[in-house]
Every structure is written in structure tokens, then in C-alpha cells.
Design a protein around this ligand. Structure first.
Ligand SMILES: CC(C)(COP(=O)(O)OP(=O)(O)OC[C@H]1O[C@@H](n2cnc3c(N)ncnc32)[C@H](O)[C@@H]1OP(=O)(O)O)[C@@H](O)C(=O)NCCC(=O)NCCS
Length: 163
């Protein structure tokens, strides 16, 4: 998926190896669900795609990552492995644009379903996923480690939608 217009100055693009430096810094987006190393490996993988919104000159040496979505291609389905928007860029439609691009990509791949898992307490992400037609269809009890030192393990909600 390349070139979904979002605003005049930024768009969703497919990230490649030349975006590695940006992805390393973007991998630290809190709560996005991926480590920088895994994201860099995914940039080169054939069974998935990392969609990104870059700030600044996307062709420059190290444009900043406003947000990214890592989509894995499974035999019949597509699964969101990670999604994160830079804290200063939240609430501006970046997550929305990435979800639209992910759905378009999964349809291009002729996948049957879009799947993901999310912390039960992540209201922002759950609202975003519901807005894009995903519903909860399962739960993994105590799947996530505590989000803070004084909290407890958290359930994962499994969400999906047909494509
Ligand atoms: C979840 C996240 C990706 C949303 O990205 P975003 O760019 O801020 O979202 P958008 O501005 O595109 O908002 C789109 C929709 O998402 C939902 N949403 C986004 N932020 C929300 C919030 N704080 N509270 C409730 N709903 C929210 C709303 O439905 C919103 O539509 P609306 O503005 O018309 O109400 C972002 O908050 C983030 O990176 N969080 C930390 C990482 C994370 O939780 N990743 C998901 C792991 S499963």
C-alpha cells in the first residue's frame, strides 16, 4: 500500500530497509507492541508489511516516524502485530489512516479476516479498532504483563473482522 493521502503534508507509505533508522526510534513508541529489532527484521520480511506515516522529507536520510502499523500475512488472514502513533501526533487521524491502509492491504492480499489482540484496558485502541469494523471474539486471561509496577496482569481481547 503506498500513497494513501491523509493530509497535504503527510501520507501512508510502505516502509523499507532505508527507513530502518526511523523505525528504530519509532519502535520505542510506548505501548505499540513491538521492539525496534523485531520491526527492523519485519522491514525485510516477505510475509508482512510495515505501513508508516513519516514527518518531514520521507526521502531524506532519517525522517521521523509519526506512526506505524506492522501487518503480518498469514495463510488465510492478516494480523496486526503492532500499531503505534507518536504521542505528539495522537488525535490527528494518523491511527485512522494506518488502519484504513491496513484494511486495503489485507484486501489486496485477498485475506479472509483481519485479526489482532489488544490489552483489555486500552480504550483508545479498542475504539479505533471498533471504528474499523473489528469486534471482540475471544479473550486470553492474564496474557499481558502488568502495565505498571503496581498493577496486575491484564487480559488480551482478540478482535477480528471479515474482509
Ligand atoms: C491507539 C492509537 C494508535 C490511536 O492513534 P491516533 O492517531 O491517536 O488515533 P486517531 O487520531 O486516528 O483517532 C481515530 C479514532 O480512534 C479512536 N481514538 C483515538 N484515540 C482515542 C482516545 N484517546 N480515546 C478514545 N478513542 C480514541 C477514536 O474512535 C478516534 O476517532 P474520533 O476521533 O472520531 O473519535 C494511539 O493512541 C497509540 O499509539 N497508542 C499507544 C500504542 C497503542 O496502544 N497501540 C495499540 C496496541 S494494540
Amino acid at each position: 500500500m503506498a500513497g494513501s493521502p491523509v493530509m497535504a503534508s503527510w501520507r501512508v507509505t510502505t516502509l523499507t530497509g532505508r527507513h530502518a533508522a526511523s523505525v528504530v526510534s519509532g519502535g520505542s513508541i510506548t505501548g505499540s507492541g513491538a521492539m525496534a529489532g523485531a520491526l527492523c527484521d519485519a522491514l525485510e520480511a516477505k510475509d508482512g508489511r510495515i505501513l508508516g506515516v513519516m514527518d518531514g522529507d520521507a526521502a531524506g536520510p532519517s525522517p521521523e516516524l509519526a506512526g506505524y502499523l506492522w501487518l503480518a500475512r498469514l495463510p488465510f488472514d492478516a494480523e496486526i502485530q503492532a500499531l503505534g502513533v507518536h504521542p505528539e501526533r495522537r488525535g490527528q487521524g494518523v491511527g485512522d489512516a494506518l488502519m484504513r491502509a491496513a484494511l486495503e492491504t489485507a484486501c489486496d492480499w485477498q485475506c479472509e479476516h483481519l485479526l489482532l489482540e489488544v490489552r483489555e484496558g486500552n480504550a483508545a485502541a479498542i475504539a479505533l479498532y471498533r471504528r474499523h469494523g473489528l469486534d471482540v471474539d475471544g479473550r486470553r486471561r492474564g496474557y499481558y504483563p502488568p502495565a505498571t509496577p503496581d498493577s496486575v496482569r491484564e487480559d488480551a481481547l482478540l478482535m477480528s473482522r471479515c474482509l
